[in-house]
Design a protein around this ligand. Structure first.
Ligand code: AMP
Ligand code: ZN
Ligand code: FE
Ligand code: FE
Length: 293
């Protein structure tokens, strides 16, 4: 991906990561600890992209001010592309409040779904309780990782991997679908909140036909750099993003680990990509006038 702008001195100094989770969803670090950890890792532009919630954004923004870090308000939505689940990042959300109301439904749906998972586990002689799960979620949007942590805490499985392999992974006995928007509706939600809709970690699914469908649904971009991508995924996705005139993005998809492949700062986005995103936002704002009603 080439930038038409060359390298400006300030842009070169930026260290950027545009995908991370906090305790507002299934991360283990609070939004404040997220920002502090990012600053300590030398990052200066970071996006908080919790699953189906923007509840952590205000805290992250406040924590970032004294540290001189820029927080990009974001979210990661689970949406449906036909029968397949796709993750959609909303980045640069100018109006977090606009999206917050719409997301409440999905947070309720996640809680109801966790109740169904607990019921199935109970029927399978695993006496985990909803209280155990909610304790792990600590008020955040409930996800399978919280159920996994409750199973680990109760000694019913050894680790998260076993929890997903035995019970929680797609097609496993305690897997329950969560309510999901159609991808075009997810894109619309992100656009209404003034953000860019980015296909998260396309991975091996990121092929031309799939891109065509998602471009038709209105996406602005796709993640090229992600710890789940192989080297060949990264090369192919960069080419497809350019071919479809989309903006590239990426990040560590940090969930709170202090080591390993998803550590904060290990995966960075070139400053040119952020610049392309900002140009796209500017285009979107002039092309689609916001009419106050
Ligand atoms: P949910 O949105 O509640 O379905 O949970 C999705 C989250 O579960 C992902 O963001 C990952 O953090 C985690 N996850 C999904 N599949 C696995 C797996 N096979 N092993 C470990 N964690 C997983
Ligand atoms: Zn997650
Ligand atoms: Fe994801
Ligand atoms: Fe994620």
């Amino acid at each position: 991906m080439t930038s038409p702008h060359g390298a400006s001195a300030s842009a070169v100094a930026l260290r950027i990561d545009l995908h991370a989770h906090s305790t507002a969803s299934d991360g283990t670090a609070s939004p404040t600890l997220f920002v502090q950890t990012a600053a300590a890792a030398g990052l200066n532009v970071i996006a908080l992209t919790d699953h189906d919630t923007v509840a952590g954004v205000a805290e992250a923004v406040a924590a970032a001010v004294p540290l001189g870090v820029r927080v990009v308000p974001g979210v990661e939505l689970s949406v449906m592309d036909g029968k397949e689940e796709v993750h959609l990042l909303g980045l640069h959300l100018a109006n977090v409040d606009a999206i917050a109301d719409a997301l409440v439904t999905f947070q309720h749906g996640r809680t109801t779904r966790a109740e169904s998972m607990v019921a199935i586990l109970n029927a399978n002689a695993v006496p985990v309780t909803m209280d155990d799960v909610l304790r792990e979620a600590a008020g955040g949007a409930v996800g399978r990782p919280h159920v996994a942590r409750a199973l680990i805490a109760g000694g019913w499985v050894g680790d998260q991997r076993e929890a997903f392999d035995r019970w929680l992974g797609a097609g496993r006995p305690a897997y329950v679908e969560k309510p999901r928007l159609d991808v075009a509706d997810g894109v619309e939600l992100v656009h209404k909140a003034g953000g860019l809709a980015i296909w998260a970690h396309p991975g091996d699914d990121g092929r031309r036909a799939r891109f065509e469908r998602l471009v038709a649904a209105g996406i602005d971009g796709a993640e090229v750099r992600h710890p789940g991508h192989s080297a060949s995924d990264t090369v192919r996705l960069a080419a497809l993003v350019e071919f479809f005139n989309l903006v590239p993005s990426g990040g560590s998809d940090w969930h709170g680990a202090m080591g390993g492949p998803r550590v904060l700062g290990a995966l960075q986005v070139p400053p040119e990509w952020l610049q392309l995103q900002e140009e796209r936002l500017a285009m979107r704002r002039t092309a689609v006038p916001v009419i106050e009603s």
